[in-house]
Design a protein around this ligand. Structure first.
Ligand code: SF4
Ligand code: SF4
Length: 179
């Protein structure tokens, strides 16, 4: 069902003038992962304008997006498309409509790790992710290979200014940080 308030909701959440999009496709043409998306970026923008809420919030595209901001830089109307996609993820999670639950879970674990250590603790993140999925043993060979080659450490490497990092998260999220 169309939701004519959806455009307003997205514009309010992002501060972006999504309604000014004239479908030039420059965002889609520059996107490095467009081949893996189920709906092209410019079509997502169009669906927002048309109020196709469920289609947008249930799309794989918003989870495939790498947040590289190429689309945002290319947009002739200065629409920060990457920012819009980030907001769509948050709304999608809030409403339980995520097409890619694993991607969301990993995203969450990644940010919690950066928040705690100042950078990603790969071992901790992978273990948390795999325990959550009840799938400890797939990818074992690849994990061992990464350990042997020193591409992944067993212990966290904390940055010196962990307090500063927590302050950054506090400012971004406007809420109490973990850890
Ligand atoms: S921010 Fe996302 S949608 Fe935009 S170009 Fe990068 S990957 Fe594609
Ligand atoms: S580049 Fe901007 S104006 Fe062009 S289709 Fe994408 S969002 Fe719309």
């Amino acid at each position: 069902m169309d939701d004519l308030g959806f455009l307003h909701e997205v514009e309010k959440a992002t501060g972006e003038k999504v309604s000014t999009c004239y479908q030039c496709c420059k965002c889609t043409a520059g996107c490095p992962v467009v081949a893996d998306m189920d709906i092209y970026p410019h079509r997502i923008i169009r669906h927002i304008i048309l109020g196709n809420r469920d289609r947008v919030l249930g799309s794989k595209t918003i989870w495939t997006c790498l947040q590289c901001t190429t689309c945002s830089v290319r947009c002739p109307n200065d629409i920060d498309v990457a920012r819009v996609f980030d907001a769509l993820r948050k709304i999608s999670v809030r409403e339980g409509k995520m097409a890619e639950k694993d991607a969301w879970r990993f995203d969450e674990i990644f940010l919690e790790s950066v928040q705690r250590h100042g950078r990603l603790n790969e071992m901790e993140a992978i273990l948390r992710y795999k325990i959550g999925k009840k799938d400890l043993f797939s990818d074992t060979r690849m994990g061992m290979g990464m350990l042997m080659k020193g591409r992944m450490g067993l212990l966290p490497h904390n940055i010196k200014d962990k307090k500063g990092m927590k302050e950054i998260f506090r400012k971004i999220e406007g809420k109490k940080v973990r850890g």
